[in-house]
Design a protein around this ligand. Structure first.
Ligand code: FES
Length: 581
């Protein structure tokens, strides 16, 4: 049981002279042998310490010169701010905490910064892998992030999005799901839903499923923001939703167990899962930005993760200033490459036997999103798999809908021609038409909601969303589908510093942006958020944002980020951070 032992690592040692020279407030240090940076905060006799590593994307902190109290540091990458006296991020407001290190004096009055590594929860009650019979464990790819797993005599399904759009009308399925998808869902013993985003928590899909099997057992992590926060309003009847604690094995039968883990960057809403059958682990990190804070099991039998990028509306929906077409194209190229390298490195570090890129098979197929579709280039799974193969001997699988991987066969002999069974010749892989109309009707229905007859909804909505203390002024202009101002539509200013609605822009210096919000999708998120009989499509939708929009994401940000209101859009924080706000 050695693996269960908690370990301690000394990250930095300060000599007595350095300790004596510590100044009140913020001190920066670098460990010369590791090249890693640390921050020490001194308040008389109290010391606090952390890594000099921003929780957002690992940027380096420097002193925040705007902070007169000398307690804050500012990230050099996207300007997030951390108050090191409390170890809380102050910008974005009310958001994350920084992990603290342990500070210990040694016997010579020197000082040690220690990191305590708790044991990995999946190492509790470890099981040695047993041989798997052929056909005993089969993994079938359905669409996007949806996998159907046969594990002995149990069936488990991940993140079923098999019909309708996600994010209002922004994302549509790229792949044609196998025709028996509903049967597969109906016979599931367990369905895992990783988080609340509508490409994972798909109410249209669950609606269909619930008509046949309302009691299908669904499992979600115990996130601060419940995955099914809007179940009641969705109108979907599901009677067997199970919220499980993080980091604890859930025993399904004598061979099968699973453990849900939280994301390190979005612990309040995002999760990933380890499924273990007869000692073989299947690791699904889904969309997690930093799954379980970066601590994950090595040598899993199968690992799957997102790969594509392009989930955020940034920067496609921005214009003006630096947002030229060239800038955007270059930005997208660089970001996608970074993501590709990060994923390849993660796979190399974790050394699963087999890796499968998934959860990125969507397309902005509604005609009004043509521009987004053409510019929002995503990573190619084959490209990632080639990169992985170049750097390691991990086997890779680029899944096609209906294709099945037989884990027992693949582990025994990766060259076994029956290890992966592709869909029959002639099976349609890519969708070429989408049933837009019923979903658009739902969106349009929200336009007539009574709440919009009263201008007071604006104040109510923003107050309810609760985002403020940002030096940002946004003008919201309702438009028609062609981005012409909608006759009689709303046109107003929001000052996010004090959440007021001035007639004119304030005289202080402030970032200012204008948003043209197309009328059809926007009321949906307002009405659904404000509990006015919402349709089952919930979220504002980056891909359907208007091209000339330069600030819509800020707006979404206000309504979503950490205020317990709307879930944040994928990549939204990154977008806001990238804007330097
Ligand atoms: S990495 Fe620090 S704000 Fe983005």
């Amino acid at each position: 049981m050695n693996s269960m032992k908690q370990t301690t690592e000394v990250l930095l040692h300060l000599a007595p002279a350095e300790v004596a020279n510590l100044k009140e407030g913020i001190n920066f240090f670098r460990n010369k042998s590791t090249g890693k940076d640390y921050i020490l905060y001194k308040d008389q006799n109290h010391l606090k310490a952390c890594k000099n590593l921003c929780k957002h994307q690992g940027g380096l902190f420097i002193k925040d010169i705007e902070d007169l109290d000398g307690r804050s540091v500012k990230c050099t990458k996207h300007n997030w701010k951390l108050d090191v006296s409390t170890m809380k991020y102050t910008n974005p407001p009310g958001s994350f905490c920084q992990d603290e290190l342990v500070v210990e004096m040694d016997e010579n009055s020197g000082l040690l910064l220690l990191e305590l590594n708790p044991p990995n929860p999946w190492d509790s009650d470890p099981r040695a892998p047993e041989d798997l019979a052929f056909g005993e464990v089969q993994v079938t790819y359905l669409t996007h992030a949806c996998m159907d797993l046969k594990l002995g005599d149990k069936r488990m399904v991940f993140d079923p999005w098999l019909m309708g759009p996600a994010f209002a009308r922004g994302w549509w399925l790229l792949h044609e799901p196998p025709s028996d998808w509903l049967e597969r869902l109906c016979r599931a013993d367990l369905i895992y839903i990783s988080h609340m985003h509508s490409d994972h928590l798909s109410y249209p899909t669950l609606q269909k499923l619930s008509q046949r099997r309302p009691d299908v057992p669904i499992y979600v992590g115990d996130t601060e923001r419940p995955v099914f926060w809007n179940l009641k309003h969705s109108g979907v009847q599901l009677t067997n939703i199970n919220v499980v604690p993080f980091g604890a094995w859930q025993q399904v039968d004598k061979n099968l167990r699973f453990m849900i883990l939280m994301d390190g960057v979005h612990p309040e809403m995002d999760t990933c899962i380890i499924v273990e059958y007869k000692g073989h682990k299947i690791l699904n990190t889904v969309d997690c930005t930093r799954p379980n804070g970066g601590r994950l099991p090595v040598n899993a039998a199968l690992m799957m993760s997102d790969f594509a990028g392009g989930a955020s509306g940034f920067p496609m929906t921005f214009s003006g200033g630096k947002f030229t077409e060239e800038w955007k194209a270059q930005f997208i190229k660089t970001e996608r490459k970074k993501l590709l390298n990060y994923k390849a490195q993660l796979v190399k570090d974790l050394q699963p036997r087999i890796y499968c890129p998934f959860a990125g098979y969507f397309v902005e197929s509604h005609p009004s999103d043509k521009y987004i579709k053409e510019t929002n280039i995503k990573n190619d799974p084959t490209q990632l798999n080639n990169l992985i193969k170049k750097n390691s001997d991990v086997l890779t699988w680029t899944p096609r809908p209906g294709a099945t991987l037989d884990l027992g066969r693949m582990l025994k002999d990766p060259t076994d021609s029956k290890g992966i069974v592709e869909p029959p010749e002639g099976t349609k892989i890519y969708k070429d038409s989408w049933d837009f109309q019923p979903y658009l009707d739902t969106l349009h229905a929200a336009v007539g909601d009574e709440i919009f007859l009263h201008p007071s909804w604006i104040k109510e909505y923003f107050t309810w969303a609760g985002f403020k203390n940002y030096n940002l002024v946004v003008r919201m202009i309702e438009t028609d589908e062609d981005f012409s101002p909608f006759p009689g539509g709303y046109d107003y200013l929001v000052d996010f510093l004090d959440l007021s609605f001035p007639e004119e822009r304030p005289s202080r210096e402030h970032p200012y942006e204008e948003t043209q919000a197309r009328l059809s999708p926007s009321p949906v998120w307002v009405s659904s958020g404000s509990a006015a009989n919402p349709p089952p499509l919930l979220l504002p939708d980056p891909p359907c944002l208007p091209r000339p929009c330069s600030s819509f994401l800020d707006f979404c940000f206000t309504s979503s980020l950490r205020q317990g209101a709307f879930p944040p859009l994928p990549g939204l924080q990154d977008s806001v951070a990238d804007m330097g706000l």
